[in-house]
Design a protein around this ligand. Sequence first.
Ligand code: SAH
Length: 340
Amino acid sequence: MLTDLKDLEYDELADLLADSGEPRYRAKQIFSWLQKGVESFDEMTDIPKKTRENLLETSFVSTLKIREKYVSKIDGTIKYLFELEDGNCIESVIMRYKHGITICISSQVGCRMGCRFCASTIGGLYRNLTAGEILNQVIFAQKDIGERISNIVMMGIGEPLDNYDNVLKFLHNVNHSEGLNIGYRHISLSTCGVVDKIYKLAEENLPITLSISLHAPNNEVRKTIMPINSRFSVEELLEACKKYIDKTTRRISFEYALIHGVNDSMDNAAELAKRLKGMLCHVNLIPVNKVEERKYDKGSAADIRAFQDKLLSLGVNATVRRELGNDISASCGQLRKKVL
Ligand code: SAH
C-alpha cells in the first residue's frame, strides 16, 4: 500500500523523509509542492531525481478530477463535481464574498445521518474521505480558479464529526504555515450534533467556528426531521455547545433551515429564543432548499422575516442566509445524486 503524502501531517512527512536520509528542508519543499496541486513527483522540479524515485516506492500524490463544473451567471458561485481516484464523486462550491473567496467542502462520500430534508444522505454513506481528499478540494479548486481561497466551510456532503480523525488531520494541514496557511478563524465546521465528538473537539482548542445544525427548538420537532436526535437530545446538544463556548470562547453558529409548517411557527421561534438566550451564539436562518425526493417547502419571504424578527425581539442574534448559486443547484448533494 502506497501512502498519499497528503494524508501525512507536516511532521510525519518530515520524519518519513528524515528516515530515508533527506535533509530537513526537503519536507518544506515537498509540502509546498503538494499544495500547488502537482499531479506527479516529476513536477517537483527542485527535488533531486533520486529522491523522487525513492518516494515513488512508498508513496503517491493523490489528485481530483473535475468531472463537472457549473458557474452561476447570477453571482459567480462555482459548483464542482469532483471525481476521486476510485471513481466516487463529491461536491465542492466556491462562493465569492466581499471578505474573500470561500469554499464549501465535503467530508464523506454520502452520509449516514439521515436528515429528512437533506439530499446528501439519500443512498447512505459510501465511505469517509481521507485527509488528503478533503484537502484536495481546496487545492484543486484554487488551482482551477487561480485565486487564493481564504475561507473554508465544512458544509458539503457528509458529517465531519463522523470522520473525526481525518477531518482533524486535514484542519492541521490546511492551517499549516508551510501549506495553504488558512487561519482557523477562517474555517467553519458544521455538525448535525454528534455530542461526544463536540466535547472531543472542544479539547483540541482550535479557534475554528462551530456550526450546529439545530433546525428545531425541541425534541418533538427535531426527532421528526433528524434521526441523530434519538441519540442525543436537544438538551444534551445545547449542554455540549455551552461547554464548547466555555472552553474555546468562540461564538457558536446555529443553522436553522426553515421548513414551512414543520419548524417555522411563531411558537417555535419563541421557544428557540428561550433556549438560546444568553448564549454566545448566532442563528443562521436558511429557507429550506427544495429537494426533489423530499416533501418539505420553504415559507414565504414574509414568514421567514417574521421568524427572524421574533428571535431578534427576544434578544437572539439572527440573520437570513443569502441564497447563492440558485441557477446551478449549488446546495450540496443534489449534483452527485443526479450523476449517480
Ligand atoms: N453534516 C453536517 C454538515 C453538512 S450539511 C451538518 O449536518 O451540519 C450543511 C448544512 O445544510 C446543514 O446545516 C444541513 O442541515 C443543511 N441542509 C441540508 N439540506 C438542506 C436543505 N434541503 N435546505 C436547507 N438546508 C439544508
